[in-house]
Write a protein that binds this ligand. Structure first.
Ligand code: FNR
Length: 189
């Protein structure tokens, strides 16, 4: 069986280190996981004024999440929280009321920063948001990645064996989490 993972990169920067991390995770993931990026950069700023007439960008986001078996968030930490662009995307996907795209959708959270705590505070904040959105999250392992350019090539090759093994295990555990969640919470029609 294969599982479709929609991944969301929390950064809009062209040379995002979190995009590099996402490339690395895709390379190291078990073969049953198939990846599609869910883009967030063209979404307008959300307001519930849009709920009665969702724009194409909002619909595309919700369709992409619906088409995925699971969501992977790869996010930087901005000012000890998640970037505004990512929060905006989550707000879009959670609405209109009663049509929250994250309900029962398995997820995992990971992120990279040059700093020592490796996005830990942002991830904690994101976990609170995802709890509210009723997404069954992988609790463990956690992954706070201190990004070193000598460890990740721009194409997402990981040159350090320990980091490689750590990320490979994270993705194996994520696959197991997806399988478990889909077993008890089959996708809604
Ligand atoms: C940062 N950075 C940062 N790093 C961190 O570890 N904790 C933080 O709270 C912040 N705050 C922050 C705010 C803003 C507005 C910017 C632009 C940056 C540094 C950040 O980790 C670094 O720029 C990374 O390169 C961001 O990841 P992406 O965007 O390259 O994927």
């Amino acid at each position: 069986t294969t599982y479709k993972v929609g991944y969301i990169v929390g950064s809009l920067a062209t040379r995002s280190i979190n995009r590099t991390l996402a490339r690395a995770l895709i390379r190291l993931a078990p073969p049953e996981l198939q990846f599609n990026e869910i883009p967030i950069k063209d979404l307008p700023l959300y307001s519930y004024d849009y709920d009665s007439d969702f724009p194409a960008e909002g619909k595309a986001l919700k369709d992409a999440i619906a088409a995925a078996d699971a969501i992977l968030f790869v996010t930087p930490e901005y000012n000890r929280s998640i970037p505004g662009g990512l929060k905006n995307a989550i707000d879009w996907a959670s609405r209109p009321w009663g049509e929250n795209s994250f309900t029962h959708k398995p997820s995992a959270v990971i992120g990279a920063s040059p700093g020592a705590i490796g996005t830990a505070v942002a991830q904690q904040s994101l976990r609170g948001v995802l709890s509210y959105c009723n997404s069954p999250q992988m609790n463990a392992p956690e992954a706070y990645i201190r990004f070193k350019p000598e460890v990740f090539t721009p194409e997402g090759e990981v040159t350090d064996a320990h980091t490689q093994e750590f990320l490979r295990r994270f993705m194996k555990e994520y696959r197991d989490h997806i399988v478990r969640v889909l077993t008890v919470l089959p996708p809604r029609l």
